[in-house]
Design a protein around this ligand. Structure first.
Ligand SMILES: Nc1ncnc2c1ncn2[C@@H]1O[C@H](COP(=O)(O)OP(=O)(O)OP(=O)(O)O)[C@@H](O)[C@H]1O
Length: 329
């Protein structure tokens, strides 16, 4: 990577006997959206705290925008905006007043504060609500205001910890889209920590999977997926209108198609596992048998499956021998 904005080298944090973060090395480039994924206690928050200079590492280094976060925490805080999972505001002030107050605290010149606060509220989609008191704000509106609170300081890096917690589904979509736009339009680097794998899949350019303080794998989701599941059979589910109990011969007919490894018939659906793409052959056969196809769905291996493979069944952990897998496209 040419110009990493975040550079972690051998970063380690011990709390007594617990290694909350264990020898973490990672680089994140300008404008990237990077997702930190892992079960509770994996070390995500501790990593964030070290990046912000709020916790001192036991070993290793965290550099942000070329600044050592441990030695120079104050200049780092000027470059990094942190959105915790829940943000507090002065309830008796309006959104605009809250933001102006934050601007003043952060040394924005008085003549520039009002215009910058308004512009930022427009950017996060709160232009209509800027004169409302924040006591009347919903959770989603508060998260947007949290984002504005961070953006008004014009950071280079945004660190967001579970930013969509408690927001409704439509609000989540809009919020994620907003983060993506900000990153793309302003070249903002985003570090996102979340347990919501679907959301992470939608928004992240790269993810890192943590467990017990160690980074097990990092890379682009599609690339990790094809590495992990590239040799798996294709799994296709074909659904029909008819009850397949009255077609007892179908299973055997499908098994005779070349490339088919397994066939499971249940109710109105057939699940085919195959070495090659045989969906057209299977569908043709089923139509010839007089069946009415209502859906054909190929199994996709996304972040959910990757996560499951890494922790819940855990088969790959021993193969990594404690080394991180850097997976490049
Ligand atoms: N101040 C502390 N004192 C002692 N142990 C701590 C402290 N902070 C974190 N830990 C321990 O460090 C480990 C990593 O915790 P951390 O909060 O970084 O995990 P996390 O991945 O952010 O988890 P979550 O998803 O629950 O937020 C855990 O075992 C935790 O108990």
């Amino acid at each position: 990577m040419d110009h990493p904005i975040i550079q972690l080298e051998g970063l380690t944090k011990r709390y007594g006997r617990v290694k909350a973060v264990d020898n973490l090395s990672l680089q994140i480039g300008k404008g990237e959206i990077f997702g930190l994924i892992g079960p509770n206690g994996a070390g995500k928050t501790t990593t964030i705290l070290m990046l912000l200079g709020l916790t001192e590492p036991s070993a290793g280094k965290a550099m942000v925008c070329g600044i050592d976060a441990t030695r120079h925490p104050i200049p780092v805080k000027r470059k990094v905006g942190y959105l915790p999972d829940s943000v507090g505001f002065y309830d008796n002030l309006t959104a605009l007043e809250n933001l102006q107050f934050i601007g003043r605290l952060n040394g924005i010149p008085e003549h520039a504060i009002a215009a910058r606060a308004r512009k930022t509220l427009e950017l996060v989609g709160l232009e209509k609500e800027m004169h409302k008191k924040t006591s009347a704000f919903s959770r989603g509106m508060k998260q947007r205001l949290g984002l504005a609170d961070l953006l008004v300081r014009e950071p280079e890096v945004m660190i967001l910890d579970e930013p969509t917690l408690g927001i409704d589904p439509a609000g989540i979509r809009e919020f994620l889209e907003l983060i993506r736009q900000l990153s793309r339009q302003q070249g903002l680097t985003v570090l996102l920590s979340s347990h919501h794998l679907h959301q992470m899949q939608q928004i992240c350019d790269r993810v890192g999977i943590f467990v017990e303080g160690r980074l097990l794998v990092e890379g682009n989701i599609d690339t990790i997926s094809s590495r992990l599941f590239g040799k798996e059979p294709y799994v296709v589910t074909v659904t029909v209108r008819e009850d397949l109990a009255v077609h007892p011969a179908l299973e055997q007919q499908l098994r005779s198609i070349q490339g088919v490894q397994d066939v499971k018939v249940a109710g109105h659906a057939v699940e085919l596992s195959c070495r090659t793409e045989i969906t057209p052959d299977a569908v043709r056969l089923m139509v010839q048998e007089g069946l009415s196809i209502t859906a054909v769905q190929r199994k996709a291996y996304g972040l959910d499956e990757i996560y499951q493979r890494y922790f819940e069944s855990n088969p790959k952990m021993s193969e990594t021998h404690g080394k991180v897998q850097h997976i490049y496209p």
